[in-house]
Design a protein around this ligand. Structure first.
Ligand code: 23J
Ligand code: MN
Length: 263
């Protein structure tokens, strides 16, 4: 099959509904939960604001439009290599310089929902990924690896989403050896359904925040606050995750879309 035929078949499948588009994005608005860091660090991403410029009234009779106030790392978003000190020198590591070929790629969805519901500090390990591969097939170079926890059910409740107590936030994520293994396999990146790519307790790991540290050290990417991963197959979906082309941006809200077979 030629590439032209491949695209033509995709177009037919999209038009007929044989391939469905699943929205893996949370609503972005004033109630979007935001990251809370330990008190020694700045975390003053403001709550999202949506301000009307006009709304079919005196300020513009025929049109409505808004201006926004939002941080790069708000809601369903993309982490670029320049987000972390380990990735700061990559010339193609900012939102405006990443090769857009990377914004459309296959994804592997590892179902950790039961484990995460039993233990909010659950960590997916290298051994866990290898066991998943034995069942579903290998993770290949250039593919996303997504951790399904069904944490998107808490998206409208910042308290539950962040799940913090006096010892800090308790949300699932990857272990150090998990991300090391994915980088050996040359995965495109790592995505989660929680506030960030790292587990809530990851500040105390070695290195601190290993998903951020190791992904961006390898010029790879992160995705946070993904939704609807329960509607994706373990393998076979294609994920579209294009950040805004923010100049020197370290990340960006995205509209994450998955192409999945309807059957
Ligand atoms: C800054 C520092 C630590 C973390 C984060 C940002 C994120 O999770 C993020 O949104 O990239 S853990
Ligand atoms: Mn981020």
């Amino acid at each position: 099959m030629t590439e032209t035929e491949t695209l033509s078949m995709l177009a037919t499948a999209l038009a007929s509904g044989g391939v469905k588009v699943v929205d893996c994005t949370a609503v972005l608005g004033p109630n979007t939960p935001l990251l809370k860091l330990p008190p020694e660090f700045a975390d003053d991403t403001p709550p999202i604001e949506i301000h009307a410029i006009s709304r079919y009234g005196d300020r513009g009779p025929f049109w409505a439009w808004n201006w926004l106030k939002l941080g790069e790392h708000s809601g369903t978003h993309f982490d670029a290599p320049h987000h972390w000190i380990t990735g700061k020198d990559y010339p193609d590591g900012a939102t405006d310089t990443i090769d857009p070929q990377n914004f459309v790629a296959a994804c592997n969805v590892i179902d950790c929902a039961a484990a995460a519901s039993a233990d909010s500090d659950f960590l997916l390990t290298k051994a866990g990924v290898i066991a998943w591969e034995a069942e579903h097939g290998p993770i290949k170079e250039g593919e996303w690896v997504l951790m399904r926890t069904d944490w998107d059910q808490y998206n409208t409740d910042a308290g539950k989403f962040l799940n913090a107590d006096e010892t800090g936030p308790h949300t699932p994520g990857p272990s150090v050896d998990c991300i090391e293994y994915l980088m050996e396999k040359k995965a495109l990146g790592w995505g989660t359904q929680c506030i960030g790519t790292d587990a809530g307790m990851a500040g105390g790991m070695q290195p601190p925040y290993p998903a951020h540290n190791l992904l961006h050290k390898h010029n790879r990417y992160g995705l946070a606050s993904l939704t609807n991963l329960d509607k994706l197959p373990a393998k076979g979906a294609i994920l579209i995750t294009a950040p805004l082309k923010i100049e020197n941006g370290t990340g960006s809200p995205i509209r994450a879309l998955a192409l999945v077979p309807a059957a």
